[in-house]
Design a protein around this ligand. Structure first.
Ligand SMILES: NC(=O)c1ccc[n+]([C@@H]2O[C@H](COP(=O)([O-])OP(=O)(O)OC[C@H]3O[C@@H](n4cnc5c(N)ncnc54)[C@H](O)[C@@H]3O)[C@@H](O)[C@H]2O)c1
Length: 351
C-alpha cells in the first residue's frame, strides 16, 4: 500500500468541512499536509484536529512555494478556481477542484491544458457521480434496462438564495442557480447519457439580492448526442418549498423514477446526499435500482471524491470526473447562458 497522498486544502469554508472528514476517516489514503485560507483563523480551526505539523498559510503562492505535499484540494469561491488550479498544476501538484469547475469555458480549457502540460491529475468534485445510488442508476441505464433512452426530466428547487454574499454576485460566482446548482444535475445527466450536442434555455431574476446578473430560475432543454432529450429546471426562490430534487428517465422499454429527497432545508438534504432511491417500471410494478459501490469508498459523496482522488493520483485509477470531461458540462452550462441571452439554440461544438 502506498503512503497516503499528502494534500494541501485551499479554502476552509462550508464544503471543506465535509472534505476534512475524508482525512479523518481514511488516514491510510489521505494526509492533510497544509491548509490555506485568507482568513487565518479559519485555516487554524480546520487544521487543529490534525496536529501541529499541518502548515498554515494565508496565501496560495506562499503555500505552493513552501511545498511538502503532492496535491491540492481547492474549495474556494468560483472566480478563484482557474488561477489557483493553474498555479498548482504549474507547481507540479495534482488538483482536485470543487464544482463548478470555473467561470467560463476558456478558463476550463486553460485548466485542462495546464494539468496536461504538467502531467498532473485534474479532478472536478462533481459529488453526485460519487453516490452509490446514482452509480446504480447509471449502470441500469447503460446496461439497457430502460431500452433506448429518449427523454428525461430533472428538477432542483432550493428554498432560498445561497447563504454567502459571494454566491449572490455573478462576478464572483460565475452565474446563478444554473452555475451553482444545476451544474450538478447537468453533469449527472452527462454521466448517464454521454455528451450534449445542443441546448436551449431561458432564465429569470426577480431577487434584488442577486447582483451582476445571476439568475434565480432557469428552464433548459438539453439534446444529447445519443438522441435523448432532457428538460432541466432549477430555482433558488421557491420560498414555500423544501429542497426538492428529483429526476425521471424514460426509455422505450422502461421508465426510471427517483423518490423525492426529503430534506427540510437544503443543508439537511445535502446531508441526505441528493439521492432518493430509484425504481424502474416497465408498466407493471416497480423494481428497485440497486446502488453500485464499485470504486467508491463508502456512502458519503465527498469522502468518496477524496479517496478516489488518491486512487487516481497514486494508483492510476480512471478518473470518474476528470477536468477534460467536465469541460463538456461547463460548455452546456455556458451554452444555456448564451441561449438565454440570445433566445437561440446553441450547438456546443461552437463554444
Ligand atoms: N459538491 C457540492 O455539492 C458542493 C456543495 C457546496 C459547495 N460546493 C462548492 O465548494 C466551493 C466552496 O464553497 P463553500 O460553500 O465552501 O464556500 P465558503 O464561502 O464557505 O468557503 C470559501 C472559503 O474560501 C476562502 N477563500 C476566499 N478567498 C481565498 C483565497 N484567495 N485563498 C484561499 N482561501 C480563500 C474563504 O475565506 C472561505 O473560507 C464552491 O466551488 C462551491 O460551489 C460544492
Amino acid at each position: 500500500m502506498a503512503e497516503p497522498l499528502r494534500v494541501a486544502l485551499i479554502g476552509t469554508g462550508s464544503i471543506a468541512r465535509r472534505h476534512l472528514l475524508a482525512f479523518q476517516e481514511h488516514p491510510d489514503r489521505l494526509q492533510l499536509a497544509a491548509v490555506c485560507d485568507v482568513q487565518r483563523e479559519a485555516a487554524e480551526q480546520a487544521a487543529a484536529p490534525f496536529g501541529e505539523e499541518v502548515g498554515i498559510f494565508e496565501d496560495v503562492d506562499a503555500l505552493l512555494s513552501a511545498g511538502g505535499f503532492a496535491a491540492v484540494d481547492i474549495c474556494t469561491p468560483h472566480f478563484l478556481h482557474a488561477a489557483q488550479t493553474i498555479a498548482a498544476a504549474e507547481a507540479g501538484m495534482h488538483v482536485l477542484v470543487e464544482k463548478p469547475m470555473a467561470c467560463s469555458v476558456d478558463e476550463c480549457r486553460a485548466m485542462v491544458e495546464a494539468a496536461d502540460e504538467a502531467d498532473v491529475l485534474l479532478l472536478v468534485g462533481q459529488s453526485l457521480r460519487y453516490l452509490p445510488g446514482h452509480a446504480g442508476v447509471r449502470k441500469a441505464i447503460r446496461s439497457g434496462r430502460l431500452g433506448r433512452v429518449w427523454s428525461a426530466r430533472s428538477d432542483d428547487w432550493f428554498p432560498a438564495l445561497p447563504p454567502k454574499p459571494w454566491m449572490r454576485d455573478a462576478k464572483l460566482s460565475g452565474g446563478g442557480v444554473l452555475h451553482m446548482g444545476a451544474t450538478h444535475r447537468i453533469d449527472l445527466l452527462r454521466h448517464f447519457f454521454g455528451d450534449i450536442g445542443s441546448v436551449r434555455a431561458r432564465s429569470w431574476t426577480d431577487n434584488p439580492e442577486l447582483v451582476n446578473g445571476g439568475e434565480d430560475r432557469i428552464v433548459a432543454t438539453l439534446e444529447f448526442e445519443n438522441g435523448a432529450v432532457a428538460h432541466v429546471t432549477a430555482c433558488w426562490a421557491g420560498y414555500t418549498t423544501p429542497h426538492f430534487f428529483q429526476y425521471v428517465v424514460l426509455g422505450d422499454s422502461g421508465a426510471l423514477f427517483t423518490e423525492l429527497v426529503r430534506g427540510n432545508d437544503w443543508r439537511e438534504s445535502m446531508v441526505l446526499q441528493h439521492y432518493g432511491p430509484a425504481f424502474v417500471s416497465n408498466g407493471s410494478g416497480y423494481e428497485p435500482v440497486e446502488p453500485v459501490q464499485d470504486g467508491l469508498a463508502g456512502q458519503d459523496a465527498w469522502i468518496n471524491v477524496l479517496v478516489h482522488f488518491a486512487d487516481c493520483a497514486q494508483d492510476g485509477a480512471e478518473p470518474i470526473s476528470s477536468g477534460a470531461d467536465n469541460v463538456g458540462t461547463m460548455k452546456a452550462v455556458y451554452g444555456c447562458y448564451e441561449s438565454a441571452r440570445t433566445g437561440r439554440d446553441v450547438a456546443l461544438t461552437d463554444l
